[in-house]
Design a protein around this ligand. Structure first.
Ligand SMILES: CC(C)(COP(=O)(O)OP(=O)(O)OC[C@H]1O[C@@H](n2cnc3c(N)ncnc32)[C@H](O)[C@@H]1OP(=O)(O)O)[C@@H](O)C(=O)NCCC(=O)NCCS
Length: 189
C-alpha cells in the first residue's frame, strides 16, 4: 500500500464534480467555509481565518505539509463545468497501516440541498479506496446533523454505533453526541 506522499494525486471527476488538491487560490472558499455556522458547529477545531490573505497563507503551508507527512489528505471540491470551488473534503486520522481513515465533507451554503453532497462524499471515499488503498472509511456525524447522516447512508455507509458526547462544536463549544458510520469499498454506491 502506498504512503500518502506516493499516491497518484491528480484530480478525480464524477457527477459534475472535481476532487482535487487545494491550492492558495482557494482562499475565498476556505475563508467562507471556516466562518459558516454549520461548518463550525458540526466540525471540530475549525478556526475561522481572519481574512482571505490568512486563508491563502494557511493553504500554502498546511495542506501540503499534512499530505507530505501522511497526516491528512485535504481536497477542494470544484464544479466541473464552471470551475467554481464549492466545498471541501478531508481524509484524516489514518491508521499506521493506512487501511482506515475518517472522512469529512462540507459545502458552501449555496451548494447545499442540491444533491451535490452525495457526489462529493462518494469522490472523497473513492480517492481513499482507489488511490490510497484504504479498506474502511469512518464518519462521525453529530446526532442532530441529519443531512450528513443521510448523505452517508445514501452512498453505502452503515451505522456502526452511537457515541455520546463525542466532540465539541467549534462555534458554541456544545458537546455533541455523534453517530458513527462506516464504509467498505464493496458497499460504496
Ligand atoms: C453535510 C452536508 C455536506 C450535506 O450536504 P447537503 O447538500 O446539505 O445534503 P443534501 O441536501 O443532499 O441532503 C442529504 C439528505 O438530507 C436531507 N436533509 C437535508 N436537510 C435536512 C434537514 N435539515 N433535516 C432533515 N433532513 C435533511 C435531504 O432531504 C437528503 O435526504 P434524501 O437524499 O433522502 O432526500 C452539508 O449540509 C454541509 O456542508 N453541512 C455543514 C458541514 C457539515 O455538517 N459537514 C459534515 C460534518 S460530519
Amino acid at each position: 500500500m502506498p504512503t500518502l506522499a506516493e499516491v497518484r494525486d491528480e484530480p478525480m471527476t464524477a457527477d459534475g464534480l472535481v476532487l482535487r488538491r487545494p491550492h492558495p487560490r482557494d482562499a475565498a472558499l476556505v475563508h467562507r467555509g471556516t466562518h459558516d455556522p454549520l461548518v463550525r458547529e458540526f466540525l471540530q477545531g475549525v478556526v475561522p481565518h481572519p481574512d482571505t490573505a490568512a486563508a491563502e497563507r494557511w493553504l500554502t503551508d498546511i495542506p501540503p505539509m499534512l499530505w507530505r507527512t501522511g497526516r491528512a489528505a485535504y481536497f477542494t471540491l470544484q464544479d466541473a463545468e464552471t470551475g467554481d470551488a464549492v466545498g471541501w473534503a478531508e481524509l484524516v486520522d489514518f491508521d499506521p497501516g493506512y487501511e482506515r481513515a475518517e472522512v469529512t465533507v462540507w459545502l458552501l451554503p449555496e451548494h447545499r440541498r442540491l444533491r451535490t453532497a452525495k457526489a462529493a462524499l462518494r469522490l472523497a471515499c473513492r480517492f481513499g479506496f482507489e488511490r490510497i488503498g484504504l479498506r474502511r472509511i469512518d464518519a462521525y456525524a453529530a446526532a442532530d446533523n441529519m443531512p450528513s447522516q443521510l448523505t452517508g447512508a445514501a452512498i453505502g455507509f452503515r451505522r456502526a454505533g452511537y457515541r455520546p458526547a463525542l466532540f465539541r462544536g467549534s462555534r458554541t463549544h456544545r458537546l455533541h453526541d455523534a453517530v458513527h458510520a462506516t464504509l467498505v469499498p464493496e458497499d460504496l454506491c
